[in-house]
Design a protein around this ligand. Structure first.
Ligand code: AMP
Length: 115
């Protein structure tokens, strides 16, 4: 696999980030370019490149990421008001960082269809 991604550098504390949650399988930190008043990223510590490349071996960690979204939404206090979770995959999906991550956008009304 290629060199470390920016998210692996954050996981390894090689570059700073505003971490709001961490456990043995994943980390959640604030997006550096927020697209909503709250914009968080949930990232597995194991580098899964993108959802299209996940395998059945990743099933448990993928479930853990979803439950971490729920946990962080409750912890940060926007679970009841609502939020949006996004996974960008590949060029047409708008993916920039080739390390799976779930965006959590909150504290504003989301629109549909998305851009
Ligand atoms: P995506 O387009 O889905 O790959 O999203 C990548 C996200 O990572 C973007 O929303 C970026 O703003 C965000 N990002 C890039 N570098 C950093 C960083 N150093 N700290 C926090 N978020 C970052």
């Amino acid at each position: 696999m290629s060199d470390k991604t920016i998210f692996e550098m954050i996981i390894d504390r090689e570059i700073p980030s505003d971490i709001v949650y961490e456990d043995e399988q994943c980390i959640c930190f604030r997006d550096i370019s927020p697209q909503a008043p709250v914009h968080l990223l949930v990232v597995p510590k194991k580098r899964i490149v993108r959802i299209a490349e996940a395998t059945s071996e990743d099933q448990a960690v993928l479930g853990h990421l979803m439950l971490t979204v729920q946990k962080v939404a409750q912890q940060e206090g926007f679970a009841e008001a609502g939020f949006r979770t996004v996974i960008n995959n590949g060029p047409n999906g708008g993916e920039e960082v080739p390390h799976l991550h779930l965006h959590i956008l909150a504290e504003r009304q989301m629109l549909w269809p998305p851009g």
